[in-house]
Design a protein around this ligand. Structure first.
Ligand code: DOR
Ligand code: ZN
Length: 368
């Protein structure tokens, strides 16, 4: 039995987004698509370049710049785990309403060059986060290393002992294992307490390793894995019980960074159609038999898309509702924008970002 043709749901929360530097051409292009997707609350990643968001002042300035692009969205802010962050800064972060600190293992992904080599030096900061209720957001991969036998295929599984050690050492610390891609990650999150949750992206509910091997727009970190892993993610969505919620990891890159001369940039851009991708993936999973008939309940959708993420971060339930209608929209071939710059020495920048499943039919979103 496929999904219904229409769903009325609370506005969604996307607990992992990349909006890039603001002001800036990609942020200007992407931020206005958040509400078009039926989302009113986002948790914003701090891996900006040339400088990541490492202080409360920077996070608040970034938040203000995003508010200028769409004031109706609630932007939950994060810091980038870095040696310059002090215990006092964590206390100030809590007072300023900053919700999380993201740890990037150094060398694991885009802009992780300022990231973590070992969690040992961060002991006092992690303790302070535990006390203040600030979430530790984990990019759950170890860097690839031929010497250690690590490739993109086992980088997440090799990270899981670190997750378990952190959960044991800081038993009250709220931890999110971001963008889970394996059955092992789902199992690890399930085995830990209520203070540990996982996000699942829209694209990992449909992609497999073969898809990104053939298409740069499907390549991201962590990369998509096996049919068994995908089945585990799909089942985690519909049996989440609060342990798993939506975090799209929508990661826009200019087309020149995806298709230029160097290595392709990691990231799948899903922001404008995030909920449609999830529904399409669930529908396809029902048709394949990866999900049992009747498993995609209204309650499961409400929880995964809207309620569980907000509850984990301690933000209020959605005030508005949305209606999703099957087949009512088509995914753009690309989104194009330009930034004329300002003042003297202004430079005109043109950007083009290609969304996931470009050109396909998808679900329409209406605000009620
Ligand atoms: O695919 C990814 N893209 N994974 C990440 O961890 C970072 C992100 C980005 O910033 O583009
Ligand atoms: Zn990300």
């Amino acid at each position: 039995m496929p999904l219904q043709d229409s769903y009325t749901l609370p506005a969604a929360a996307d607990m992992h987004v990349h909006l890039r530097n603001a002001p800036g051409p990609i942020a200007s292009l992407v931020t206005p698509t958040i509400r078009r997707a039926g989302i009113d609350t986002v948790f914003v990643m701090p891996n900006l370049a040339p400088r990541p968001v490492v202080s409360v002042a920077e996070a608040l300035a970034y938040q203000r710049a995003l508010q200028a692009l769409d004031p109706e969205v609630t932007y939950l802010m994060s810091l980038y785990l870095h040696e310059s962050i002090t215990v006092e800064e964590i206390r100030r972060a809590r007072e300023a309403g900053i919700k999380g600190v993201k740890a990037y293992p150094r060398g694991a992904t885009t802009n992780s060059q300022w990231g973590v080599v070992s969690f040992e030096p961060f002991h006092d900061v992690l303790r302070a986060m535990e006390e203040e209720g600030i979430v530790l957001n984990l990019h759950g991969e170890v860097p690839s290393s031929a010497a250690d036998g690590v490739t993109v295929m086992n980088a997440e599984v090799r990270f899981l002992p670190v997750l378990k050690e952190l959960a044991a050492k800081y038993p009250r610390l709220k931890i999110v294992l971001e963008h889970c891609t394996t059955a092992d990650a789902v199992e690890a999150v399930r085995s830990l307490g209520d203070n540990v949750a996982g996000t699942i992206t829209a694209h990992h509910l449909s992609l497999l390793v073969d898809d990104w091997a053939a298409n740069v727009h499907h390549y991201c970190k962590p990369s998509a894995k096996s049919p068994e892993d995908r089945r585990a993610l799909l089942n985690a969505v519909v049996t989440s019980n609060g342990k798993f919620f939506l975090g799209t990891d929508s990661a826009p890159h200019n087309i020149t960074a995806k298709k230029g001369k160097g290595n392709t940039a990691a990231g799948v851009f899903t922001q404008p159609y995030a909920l449609g991708y999830v529904l399409t993936a669930l529908d396809e999973a029902l048709a394949r038999g990866d999900l049992p008939p009747g498993s995609v309940t209204d309650g499961a959708l409400r929880g995964f898309l809207s309620e569980y993420g907000r509850a984990f971060y301690g933000v209020a339930p959605a005030a508005r509702q949305i209606r999703l209608t099957r087949g009512g929209a088509r995914i753009a071939e690309s989104l194009k924008g330009e930034d004329k710059g300002e003042g003297e020495g202004r430079v005109e920048v043109e950007v083009e970002v290609v969304p996931f499943r470009a050109g396909e039919e998808t679900w329409a979103v209406e605000w009620l």
